[in-house]
Design a protein around this ligand. Structure first.
Ligand SMILES: Nc1ncnc2c1ncn2[C@@H]1O[C@H](COP(=O)(O)OP(=O)(O)OP(=O)(O)O)[C@@H](O)[C@H]1O
Ligand SMILES: [Mg+2]
Length: 461
């Protein structure tokens, strides 16, 4: 009896194993897995490799046959494997034992074989050879390790390079951990998916190649919380490198409780432009290239589900530059750029500080109607942006907010989402405002609101 039970169980296991084997997905690294194509950078061959749709299946990553890779592209496999694991996949690797130049060998010297140990234990990092550092960054201790490792790596090129690199990497790693952060559950604990840093020195070109990668929401999704009208991922990248762009107005404020000046990418990309360096920012399906003579973007064939920044910088002991001076000049540049933008914006916006007009309990419907008719409708007709600041406002009623905003919203139509900026509103006020906005831009809501409006007019006159 026990025997037949045992054999039934064995049979079941065998069937399960077979089914699993049948579902196994085999993905093979291409022969050339590198961004570097004859002096220029092409991200498509690498980004095309990543299939983000795989879920709950065994995946075999095959290194055999990949005879030419670069360390930064291989480093992207790390967050990709973490993504697969979080999507319920079990992952195995097939290595190539023959060639010293093979991707398997490179993966091993970077410490890539510890990929899952690093993910599940925040005290563990990659055991990479000193010349090919691969570092997971998810907490201040990792950040310190990463920055010190980078600084010592370029020590022979002088202190100005050290300070510059430290600054740029700190900004990129902070961004990856702060805006590109992705949590996951592991054995009933919430863990952070680390950002990944890898760098190598290419002696022949006298160039250092650096990558910082994450699998977070991506720049477009993150910035869209503050600027819902960004058209696409390329536009988001172009916006992200402007000074002081971190939003405080939009539909949701992703920066509350934080201290973001919106200078990180502006300063680091500007430093790159001053030095003989190239920076590529890849997020989603877009890539932005920044170099001393170029700022161009384009769309890739496939996506990177997150963000990575790739920098290649030519190093030269005889090249003199002063980090402090560059930073000071860039801050000046940012200041004047921002003040031009602010001047332009202020000429095109109508600012209303709700507390100053209506007090901490914004409830007086008649004053709302009067303000709307005197100022807001005129501002709307002139094409201005309405900035409504709810600082210190403790309560507000639906009828007050509706009286103030329903007809301006209807006049703007869908553009209201772009042209009305709300700031510092408490969550319940924010919710009411969102409701009014949605209600007056949907075809059904507009009719109801029309009726409300005529009611207001009657009360007013
Ligand atoms: N790795 C990332 N993932 C998602 N969004 C990002 C990432 N890096 C940058 N961003 C977006 O680009 C914006 C601009 O980044 P930037 O570093 O210039 O400013 P910041 O981080 O907001 O402020 P600061 O760097 O001055 O603290 C961010 O606010 C965020 O919306
Ligand atoms: Mg930043």
């Amino acid at each position: 009896m026990a025997d037949s039970k045992g054999s039934l169980q064995d049979q079941l296991y065998a069937v399960k194993r077979q089914l699993r084997t049948r579902r196994r997905v085999h993905i093979k690294l291409p022969a050339g897995f590198s961004f570097n194509r004859g002096g220029s950078k092409n991200f498509d061959p690498v980004v095309d490799f990543f299939d983000w749709s795989l879920k709950n299946c065994p995946v075999e990553i095959d290194f055999t046959g990949c005879s030419s890779a670069n360390y930064q592209s291989l480093a992207l496999l790390v967050p990709y494997c973490w993504h697969l694991r979080q999507a319920g996949c079990s992952i195995s690797f097939i290595y190539d034992k023959k060639s010293e130049q093979s991707a398997s060998h490179m993966w091993t010297i970077m410490g890539g074989r510890g990929v899952f140990q690093v993910l599940s234990d925040s005290t563990v990092n990659f055991k990479s050879a000193n010349v090919k550092p691969l570092i997971a960054v998810r907490n201040p201790a990792d950040m310190k390790t990463a920055l010190e490792s980078a600084v010592s790596y370029v020590a022979r090129f002088g202190v100005e390079y050290q300070r510059t690199l430290r600054y740029v990497l700190a900004e990129l790693l902070y961004n990856a951990n702060e805006h590109g952060r992705r949590d996951f559950k592991w054995r009933n604990r919430r863990l952070i998916t680390p950002a990944v840093l890898q760098f190598s020195w290419y002696e022949q070109a006298n160039e250092i190649g650096i990558i910082v990668a994450d699998i977070g929401v991506g720049i477009h999704a993150h910035l869209s919380q503050a600027y819902p009208s960004i058209a696409n991922e390329e536009e988001a990248l172009r916006l992200a490198v402007q000074p002081e762009i971190s939003g405080t107005f939009g539909k949701h404020d992703p920066y509350s409780n934080r201290n973001n000046a919106g200078m990180g990418l502006f300063l680091s990309s500007s430093i790159v432009r001053r030095l003989r360096a190239d920076m590529h920012i890849v997020s989603g399906n877009a890539v932005l290239h920044i170099s001393p003579n170029d700022l161009t973007s384009h769309t890739l064939n496939s996506r990177w589900n997150g963000t990575f920044v790739y920098i290649s910088m030519r190093l030269d002991q005889s090249y003199n530059f002063a980090y402090d001076q560059i930073m000071q000049e860039l801050r000046e540049e940012a200041k004047s750029e921002v003040s031009v933008r602010q001047k332009e914006e202020s000429e095109h916006r109508h600012y209303l500080h709700i507390y100053n007009f209506f007090g901490k309990n914004a409830e007086d419907k008649q004053s709302a109607i009067s303000y709307r008719n005197r100022h807001l409708l005129k501002a709307v007709d002139e094409g201005q942006v309405l900035v409504l600041d709810f600082e210190d406002v403790e309560t507000s009623t639906h009828s007050f907010l509706n009286a103030l905003l329903a007809s301006p919203i209807r006049r703007m139509g869908m553009a209201a989402y772009k042209r009305i900026k709300i700031t510092r509103a408490l969550p319940d006020i924010r919710e009411t405002l969102d409701y009014i906005l949605d209600d007056n831009t949907s075809p059904d809501g507009a009719d109801i609101a029309k009726y409300d409006d005529s009611d207001d007019q009657q009360t007013l006159f």
